[in-house]
Ligand binder design. Structure first.
Ligand code: GLN
Length: 380
């Protein structure tokens, strides 16, 4: 294996989902719904296949889909973008992240992450030869340490990678935090890569796209996907929105990573993004009910549960149960209790920082969530 990937093991999500199957455990680990996406989107995909939309798509996206992404972005943020010059359709947000990093970061450039961070950021930055720096969001509120951010920005800093609503903590960056981050980007001429895949799962406050702050659009790549919003994580449809000079890099990388993204799925995705507002209201209502079941249940079980404002994740402190660290706790939870959670230490440059925290997901049907809580009540 190449040196740049040597240190990365099989992803924690893959590891945990296979353990879930092996031990017959209830999987509240990897974030994928155990219910299906909406019929109107599935039908649109079937129709697109029947209609012969089956050859390579235009590299940067099926025109109808680019156009629909631009319309939705305008509705959500007020920003008017050119669907032909500022949007790139990718194979999931993970590819948008990879294309953004590989297309815009030179070896030796510094990129700053907020830890805990989604695992692909570090691996992809490593593939690009970037220098990774991180600052930590700490419980109980996971507030952004702005002074620390200020002090680690250097002449070599090329970009900050932001994720809001934030996986794994459920933190949503406030307008004040985003404003402070934006000012630092502008003062220091730093780019901002913003992963917003959980934007429609914002429960406690409104989601804000940092690109909509003054002076930010020109230095921001906003990334999103279909998977979380439409419970279709297997479709792998994502996109990156950025001004033409940044889109250039994203598209060059995308052209040689995957060339183009699945054609019929893009047609169906365009149908999805035209969903009425009621779709999003219902999605949120359903998720709030699920969240209440899990959060109340985890509190009853005896965990210290940290407040989650968005995403379908919640982070808890497992130390009341006396296991030495997050990995040991998750192993015990799978083998002795029959429930899967995700240890968070893998999401830090220094794993020690995550040793008390584990992540549960509530993107499962209510019976599954209740059954998991029941198992923990009985056996933990
Ligand atoms: N984003 C999902 C999570 O955080 C899983 C992604 C994956 O399995 N790579 O659980």
């Amino acid at each position: 294996i190449a040196k740049r990937l040597e240190k990365f093991k099989t992803t924690i999500f893959t590891q945990m989902s296979s353990l879930a199957i092996k031990h017959g455990a209830i999987n509240l680990g990897q974030g994928f719904p155990n219910f299906d996406g909406p019929d109107f989107v599935k039908e649109a995909a079937i129709q697109a296949i029947r209609d012969g939309k089956n050859q390579y798509a235009r590299g940067y996206g099926v025109p109808d889909f680019n156009f629909t992404i631009a319309s939705r972005f305008k509705k959500d943020t007020g920003l008017v973008v050119d669907p032909e010059k500022e949007i790139t359709v990718t194979s999931g947000c993970t590819e948008a992240i990879a294309a953004t990093i590989l297309g815009l970061i030179n070896p030796g450039d510094e990129v700053i992450l907020f830890a805990p961070f989604y695992d692909s950021y570090e691996a992809t930055l490593s593939m690009a030869g970037a220098e990774i720096k991180s600052i930590t969001l700490c419980p109980p509120d996971f507030a952004a340490p702005i002074n620390e951010l200020k002090s680690i920005i250097s002449k070599k800093t090329r970009a900050i990678l932001l994720n809001t609503p934030h996986n794994p903590t459920g933190k949503m960056f406030t307008r004040e935090e985003l404003g402070a981050i934006a000012s630092l980007c502008i003062e220091n001429d730093v780019l901002l890569f913003s992963d917003e895949v959980y934007e429609k799962l914002a429960f406690e406050m409104d989601h804000i796209s940092i690109a909509s702050l003054p002076g930010m659009y020109e230095r921001t790549v906003t990334m999103n996907s279909l998977g979380k919003t439409f419970s279709l994580t297997g479709w792998k449809i994502g996109w990156a929105i950025a001004p033409p000079h940044l889109t250039w890099g994203v598209r060059q990388a995308h052209a040689f990573l995957t060339f183009a993204t699945s054609t019929p799925m893009q047609w169906a995705a365009a149908t999805a993004l035209r969903a009425p507002d009621s779709y999003y209201t219902e999605l949120k209502r359903d998720y709030m009910a699920k969240k209440a079941i899990l959060v109340d249940g985890l509190k009853d079980v005896g965990f210290k549960v940290f407040p989650s404002s968005g995403t379908y994740f919640v982070v808890v402190d497992h130390t009341p149960f006396g296991l030495e660290n997050d990995i040991a706790f998750c192993e015990y939870l799978i083998k002795e209790v029959g429930v899967v959670a995700i240890p968070t230490s893998v999401f830090y440059l220094n794993p020690e920082e995550g040793k008390n925290l584990v992540r549960f997901t509530f993107c499962k049907d209510e019976d599954t969530l209740r059954a998991a809580v029941q198992r923990m009540k009985e056996k933990l």
